[in-house]
Design a protein around this ligand. Structure first.
Ligand SMILES: Nc1ncnc2c1ncn2[C@@H]1O[C@H](COP(=O)(O)OP(=O)(O)OP(=O)(O)O)[C@@H](O)[C@H]1O
Length: 304
């Protein structure tokens, strides 16, 4: 039995259909929810928390309906929002303690859990300093601490690695891994980078324009190696410029018509290819796998 299930879930904002008949199950364990900016990841999280009503379709979280069981769901579910929301003049100990009490923990238990959880996320020493003086990495860890302080069954983490340098990102991913695999809390974690979630997630769900592109065990994705063809839009010579940029990064690259063929030995290379296209100010038409599954992940072709 999964922790989250949606059926034909549609959410419309006045001008945008953010989720479009999304049917997906999120099992226990760590699930990566991947999609480019605007794909609908934050909207999905808000629906799961009961903060946003679906236009149509249904949702279950831990067997409950967020529209009617919102308060109970928020007791059992932790949430780390994407954007900065920490009061600058409050310290992490006071803030996390407050969130623990808000989640229904008695005072003494809240104090004990706060101190444990701040130690787990590596904020024990700085816990009495106002959060306004924290680095981005520390702020992300404070947001993570408040999400798990009440020992939830499920935690929803919205882009926890956003804005972090590579070292802080690795530390955050390790923490998420520990929460999911040592503390036994199910995790749904969003990112626009498939490569980074692939390291810690048991399952991956790929969303594009509010629709499900793919849902599979991560081990199926890690089989995604082989040759890919990258097609870009841009001025004449765009493909050669991309080819050179990828060569400079040490990738094995060769021209194929007006496309660039790349040998992929690690799924994180797909993110590097996408980043290179963006850095060169080109448009990515598609990354197409020459043999199997990549095409399903990166083109508009829904798998089911
Ligand atoms: N409150 C809102 N009012 C109108 N449109 C919105 C609102 N919130 C999100 N959208 C639009 O809905 C779509 C999905 O947004 P959402 O924030 O869910 O995507 P996302 O995958 O989480 O992206 P990001 O990582 O950039 O937040 C986008 O086109 C976005 O502009």
């Amino acid at each position: 039995m999964g922790v989250v299930g949606t059926r034909d879930l549609t959410v419309e904002y006045p001008r945008v259909r953010a989720l479009d008949s999304l049917t997906v199950d999120i099992p226990e364990g760590v699930t990566g929810v991947v999609g480019v900016n605007g794909a609908g990841k934050s909207t999905l999280i808000k629906v799961l928390l009961g903060l946003l009503r679906p236009t149509s379709g249904s949702v279950e979280v831990l067997g409950m309906n967020p529209a009617t069981d919102g308060p109970r769901i928020r007791e059992l579910v932790g949430y780390m929002p994407e954007h900065d929301c920490l009061p600058a003049d409050v310290n992490a100990a006071e803030f996390v303690m407050h969130m623990a009490v808000m989640s229904g923990l008695p005072h003494a238990a809240a104090r004990e859990r706060t101190s444990d959880v701040l130690r787990h996320v590596g904020l024990a020493e700085e816990r009495h300093r106002p959060m306004g003086g924290y680095s981005t990495g520390m702020r992300q860890r404070a947001k993570l601490a408040q999400a798990i302080v009440h020992d939830p069954r499920l935690v929803l983490l919205d882009e926890p690695t956003n804005g972090l340098d590579p070292r802080a990102r690795d530390e955050m991913l390790e923490l998420v891994d520990t929460i999911g695999h040592s503390f036994g809390i199910s995790v749904a974690v969003t990112s626009h980078l498939l490569g980074e979630l692939e390291r810690i997630a048991d399952h991956v769900v790929v969303i594009d324009s509010g629709r499900l592109l793919r849902a599979s065990a991560t081990s199926d994705l890690t089989d995604v190696t082989g040759d890919v063809l990258v097609e870009v839009l841009g001025p004449a010579g765009a493909d050669q410029r991309l080819g050179q940029a990828l060569l400079d990064q040490g990738m094995t690259v060769w021209p194929q018509g007006d496309k660039v063929a790349v040998r992929v030995t690690d799924p994180s290379q797909l993110d590097a290819i996408r980043d290179a296209v963006v850095d060169l100010d080109l448009g990515l038409v598609r990354i197409q796998e020459v043999r199997h599954t990549l095409e399903e992940v990166f083109t508009q072709e829904a798998v089911r």
